[in-house]
Ligand binder design. Structure first.
Ligand code: ADP
Length: 744
């Protein structure tokens, strides 16, 4: 039976009799549903297969056009019986072969079939009836539907973007995951150019690829897209030509988002660069301890190249024999996912030498969280170790020195408020071991109440200045004895300048204090004695002088020559003694005279001195000149004494070969004025340049040069009283320069 023609069936020509029993038997036995109608479409016959297919027994003469109960078009809309293919054929219409229909049985089940309707005509060609053959295609149809649904599900659920693009770039289709990537709804982009979402720098390349694929080639590329909401993504596409229904070739592409992969690639590159440039040796190994990577610093540190090291175990390559048990422990910890932090140990170089290193080993996990190996960072701590050893040594030496010198050290941690101290410190405070007290006030309480305010002010000063501050204070020991301590406070700060700790270097100065005290008292006594002696001696000396002069004048005639000579000696001695007593008195007066520090004008002082010395100057034929002289902060009497002593010496110790030339000048140096008194006299030998400033120190007899040996001692005393300095520079035989540095 030909399924070809529908309306021009030739099998049953006019006159073919369906009632023919033999023929009917054949049709009844056919597996396909067959039925016939009259010209009006009323059912005239159906076979068993038709009952089976339609699920009902049609009523002959009543049922029209079809054996089925309800019919539908392929898109699911109901198809009225009068519009069914058999009805159409009976109306004389052309029924296209192979249409697919669906029908529902009374029990609700559905089936697919293809009808092959044909009309039966009489000899004049009039339609007298119809015959229809229904072929059950349910099984094929269901398979088709299932396949297309599977396909659709695959397209919709694949994480990749699947799209079809026309040669001109028009987007013909894109699956939902693809739409998500370009941040669009289907309606927004279908039928529009896909080029819009390609990043501008990649658009041209993408256009070329699309056109190439639409010419029949396969191609792949990476490019960036910018979604409709502005998100940038790296994509990788694999495209193939697809023959479209209309005969054109279009681009079917599967595109995946490789943003994360790209970033991971970049991260990996960055990490590799960091690992390579790191100063630390970075090594990775698997859980059997086999080295899997080895950076440049590892090469430098251990001496093995990467090819030499990779594939060997850490144990055979690096671990010294006496430390072999370390590796199993490390590996066991790594397997448990633990990290080994700053483990300080020793490793062996290629040349066999040993190396102090600090190891940090972290487990490396795969994406499922399983430990698959370890990365380890090894840092050479040999220099640090050496520095630590040296530090320990010097700390030990310092401690011994502190012990020997009985220096006690305490440290107050400002953040925590806690003290730490050495045993020596406790001894200085007369305390039993461990009883110093943990807080800062512990120290305050031990300081003598009379010295407490001052000592605290010094501590405060250490905080303010940041430099070490020295102090002296008394402490009262638990046994009631008083001890003098001296100490130095320093505040240490962090990088931000915040005080971290206060530390102090205390030692006992009780003995020094008492010696100082004794000395001061002896000095005062001595000075008092010198002052009263020189003061009180003046009067009897004057009496001796006056009366010896009276005797030599009034009794000149009655005295023999010897008596006159002896009285002469007496007068010289008395005069000299007078000078000595006078000079001694002015020496003691230096410290007795109140120390005035309002400025004294050196120019004016010099005029007074020159007037005082005019006789000596004229007698020696001396030339005295001066540069501009400043005012200095000292008592004017003291300034005059200084200048007078130095200028009179310059004239007195003149050379026998030339008249004296004296020059006085002053020069500012930082906080000091330096005065210089320069002469062209006999000069001072190098060995005496210190001693001449001592009391009664003279280099000459009274016969050679008159004098008491007190002048320069007075100068030194005055200068030191003002915290200045005096010294001499000289070329023996050519002259001297006496210099005074006085605070400005
Ligand atoms: P006096 O002049 O009374 O001996 P001084 O104390 O003034 O005592 O001087 C101490 C000594 O220093 C002097 O004896 C002298 O030898 C030496 N001396 C002082 N000034 C000068 C000088 N300008 N040139 C050389 N020697 C000097």
């Amino acid at each position: 039976m030909s399924p070809g023609g529908a309306s021009a069936i030739t099998v049953f020509t006019t006159g073919a009799n369906i009632d023919d029993a033999a023929f009917r038997n054949i049709v009844d036995a056919l597996p396909a549903a067959v039925y016939t109608t009259d010209a009006q479409g009323r059912l005239t016959y159906f076979n068993d297969a038709a009952v089976k297919l339609s699920g009902r027994v049609p009523e002959l003469g009543t049922d029209h056009w079809c054996v089925t109960w309800k019919m539908f078009r392929p898109d699911g809309t109901p198809l009225p019986h009068e519009a069914c293919p058999m009805a159409e054929a009976l109306k004389g219409a052309e029924v296209s072969p192979g249409v697919e229909c669906m029908a529902e049985r009374p029990d609700g089940t559905r089936f697919w079939f293809t009808p092959y309707p044909a009309v039966v005509r009489d000899s004049e060609g009039r339609i007298v009836g119809g015959i229809n053959l229904l072929v059950d295609i349910t099984a094929r149809k269901n398979a088709e539907i299932e396949a297309s649904e599977q396909f659709r599900t695959i397209i919709d659920t694949t994480p990749e973007c699947i799209k079809i693009v026309a040669p001109d770039g028009t987007l013909l289709f894109m699956n939902p995951p693809g739409l998500k990537l370009i941040e669009a709804a289907a309606g927004e982009v279908f039928g529009k150019s896909i080029y819009e979402v390609i990043a501008p720098q990649d658009r041209e390349r993408f256009r070329e690829l699309n056109e190439r694929v639409c010419r029949g080639e396969k191609a792949s590329m990476q490019f960036d897209i910018v979604g409709l909401k502005g998100t940038l993504r790296h994509m990788e596409t694999h495209a193939a030509p697809l023959r479209h229904v209309d005969g054109t070739t279009v681009n079917l592409a599967i595109t995946r988002d490789i943003t994360v992969r790209k970033r991971a690639e970049q991260d990996a590159l960055l990490l590799a660069a960091i690992v390579d440039s790191s100063d630390d040796a970075i090594i990775s190994k698997n859980l059997n301890g086999v080295i899997t990577s080895w950076n440049k610093s590892a090469e430098r540190l251990f001496g093995y190249s990467a090819p030499e090291a990779v594939g060997k175990t850490v144990a055979e390559l690096l671990i010294p024999d006496d430390r072999q048990d370390e590796e199993p422990n490390i590996l066991a910890r790594l397997r448990r996912g633990e990290r080994v932090d700053h483990f300080e140990t020793v490793r062996r170089r290629k040349d066999g030498s040993l190396l102090d290193i600090s190891l940090t080993i972290s487990p490396v996990k795969d994406s499922a969280g399983r430990v698959i190996g370890a990365s380890k960072i090894a840092r050479d701590i040999t220099p640090r170790k050496r520095a630590e050893d040296a530090l320990r040594d010097s700390e030990e030496r310092l401690r011994l020195a502190q012990q020997a010198a009985k220096i006690g050290v305490f440290e107050w941690d400002i953040q925590s408020g806690q003290n730490t101290w050495t045993r020596e410190l406790e001894e200085l405070y007369g305390l039993l071991p461990g009883t110093f007290g943990k807080t800062q006030s512990a120290w305050e309480d031990l300081v003598h109440p009379a010295d407490r305010a001052d000592a605290l002010a010094r501590v405060e000063q250490a905080f303010q200045t940041g430099t070490p501050v020295e102090a002296e204070w008394r402490v009262i020991w638990p046994d009631g004895s008083v001890h003098w301590l001296a100490g130095r406070f320093q505040v240490y700060r962090d990088a931000a300048g915040q005080p971290l700790r206060l530390s102090g270097v205390n030692f006992e100065i009780t003995e020094r204090k008492s010696i100082e005290h004794e000395l001061r008292r002896a000095n005062t006594d001595l000075e008092q004695f010198a002052y009263s002696a020189s003061h009180d001696l003046q009067e009897p000396l004057r009496t001796i002088n006056i009366y010896s002069e009276l005797i030599s004048k009034r009794y000149a005639d009655s005295l023999d020559d010897d008596a006159k000579k002896f009285i002469g000696y007496l007068r010289v001695a008395a005069t000299r003694m007078e000078a000595l007593v006078r000079d001694l008195l002015s020496y003691t007066l230096v410290t007795r005279m109140e120390k005035r520090e309002d400025a004294a004008d050196a120019q004016a002082a010099l005029q007074v001195v020159l007037a005082n010395l005019s006789g000596a100057i004229a007698e020696a034929g001396a030339k005295v000149t001066s540069g501009p002289l400043p005012a200095v902060a000292m008592h004017e009497t003291h300034l005059q004494q200084l200048l007078q002593n130095l200028i009179s010496n310059a004239i007195k110790y003149r050379s026998p070969d030339r008249p004296p030339v004296v020059h006085i000048q002053a020069e500012r140096q930082n906080e000091y004025w330096t005065f210089a008194v320069t002469d062209n006299g006999i000069g001072v030998d190098k060995e005496y340049r210190e001693t001449i400033f001592g009391l009664f120190k003279r280099l000459h007899t009274a016969d050679e040069y008159s004098g008491t040996g007190i002048g320069l001692a007075i100068c030194k005393r005055i200068v030191e009283r003002y915290h200045g300095r005096i010294w001499v520079e000289s070329e023996p035989g050519r002259g001297s320069t006496f210099r005074l540095a006085l605070p400005a």
